[in-house]
Design a protein around this ligand. Sequence first.
Ligand code: NI
Length: 344
Amino acid sequence: MTNWQIPIEPTDLDTGLLAVIKGANPGPTIALRADIDGLPIQEQTALSYKSKNPGVMHACGHDLHLSSLLGAAYQLNQQKDQLNGTVKLLFQPAEEEGFGADQVLEKNVLDDVEAIIGFHNQPDLPVGEIALKAGTLMAGCYHFDITIKGAGTHAAQPQNGTDVVVTQAAIITQLQTIVSRNQDPFHAAVVSVTKVNAGKTWNVLPETAKLEGTVRAFTEADAEKVQQRLIQIVTKTAESFEQTATVNWTRGADPINNDPIITDLVKQGLTTEISQPKLTMTAEDFATFETKIPGTFAFIGSNGSKNAHGVHDPSFEGKDETIETGIRYFVESGKSVLSGLSKA
Ligand code: NI
């Protein structure tokens, strides 16, 4: 491979990078996006390309994404004489933390972008498969943080206080009735309590208990309904035990909602057959871009074996050959969207 260089746009991103390929012909500006961050997980594979850093690994396969974008950068740069417009190559930081896309938008470096294209590898799909559809694909993500306050006392004299641990247990159980009893069975939602904290020792009933977790839903209306019911259950349950409780509700990634026109242009450009993706309750901060810029997000197979480990698993194995499909996806869809928008 000969030496090649693409101009980097100054962005002030902490760890991200934006490069720009200006085509020879006039046309729109689009962005191809890959997330680049790893996870604080000790890798348990024997792969030749496993993490060299203890305690951190690419358990979500973002290394596949960024390698694909780098390969696409090389190919598109070679073909820039035929390109109708400009391609911005976005190597986005902090996807896992959920604020990377916001950080990119705040720097105003995508203000001139008319379409944005991304993908995530899927270990349950065979290498080479591209799954794509218009409309919703991944759920919106919400975080809740609950604090229960009661009166602490000696563990042997519960009658002298109000036990927050019992309340905490009741709330955990009650929250599981939201999806099963309040939510329309045809509207998917998830409520998961993931962090439970109370007390410091065995013979004292504590005065405070905490719960944390996440809610997933595909529409704003569903998320609001779950939120209202969650707050009601938490506060009323605490009240019934003569305690108080507060809920801190934070909104994370929006649902992925693929633009029909951009999705169609991508489908027209791809030379391989496209399959229908399965909806997933996991979230992606690519959705943040889609709230501002018409975009599309695909799933690309990265393993496909029967017992393939999922993403965020210490034994996750994203096959190297995925990169070939990733490069083709970015190059073909990028060119097709540039041409399609030029004609529009
Ligand atoms: Ni990921």
